[in-house]
Design a protein around this ligand. Structure first.
Ligand code: DC
Length: 220
């Protein structure tokens, strides 16, 4: 089974993904980490994230065997690299360069130690619509920008990173705008996705709703 989780930044995709991989023993791919890693390369080389050639080269340079490990690199998790990721992800050549790896993972999921897994959980912006329209389970998470900004603030503070709520909120709004208005693979729910507004839901509430959805499809 392939589980596709799409949605906006800090809507709860990562938390839900962790609960699902624990439940099913599936392998996990955080596709945002791929775009963040491309963004980080440009940032480190002091290159413009809207430079098509440079971004395409950075994406093509990512090796298939290292892609699964990128999600563990803490350097990609800053707000600054999130903004770079959002910019490089609007470039069709970058999306194309990362497409095959994501599909291969979905259909031949492996854990980070290389062992095969019985299914895949992928999270991102276009998994249910573009990367894996065949996914049996498609989920789309959203939440108000204010709730998401507060969640991000708490996450950063827990890591000891100093952050300002208003800055996070405006970054989130800017990123939403860019991710949903771009010409290629914009952020939108698949027609058969379960759409959940997580603003007033706890992680356990979200998980319970998803399990009901999977059971309702006779897949559990
Ligand atoms: O989920 P995230 O915040 O780590 O994603 C970082 C950026 O990458 C996000 O602003 C949009 C982009 N992205 C994308 O375009 N498609 C994906 N499947 C995943 C992320």
């Amino acid at each position: 089974m392939i589980i596709a989780i799409d949605g906006s930044a800090a809507a709860g995709k990562g938390t839900l993904a962790q609960k699902l991989i624990k439940q099913f023993g599936y392998a996990y791919l955080d596709t945002g980490a791929l775009y963040r890693s491309v963004g980080l390369k440009l940032y480190e080389q002091k290159l413009d994230p809207t430079d098509v050639k440079a971004a395409q080269t950075a994406a093509l340079d990512l090796k298939a065997d290292e892609m699964l490990h990128l999600q563990m690199n803490p350097a990609i998790r800053t707000e600054e690299i999130g903004a770079y990721a959002s910019k490089v992800s609007a470039i069709p050549e970058v999306r194309q360069a990362l497409f095959d790896f994501q599909r291969r993972f979905a259909f031949h999921p492996v854990n980070t130690d290389g062992t095969p897994a019985p299914g895949a959980v992928l999270d991102g912006r276009d998994i249910g619509t573009v990367v894996c329209p065949e996914a049996e389970i498609k989920l789309f998470l959203k939440a108000s920008p204010e709730v998401r900004a507060l969640r991000r603030l708490k996450e950063l503070q827990a890591k000891g990173i100093c952050a300002i709520y208003d800055t996070i909120l405006s970054d989130i709004k800017e990123r939403d705008e860019r991710d949903s208005k771009r010409a290629v693979a914009p952020l939108k729910p698949a027609s058969d996705a379960l759409v959940l507004d997580t603003s007033e839901m706890s992680p356990d509430d979200v998980f319970a709703a998803v399990i009901d959805f999977i059971k309702g499809k006779g897949l559990m």
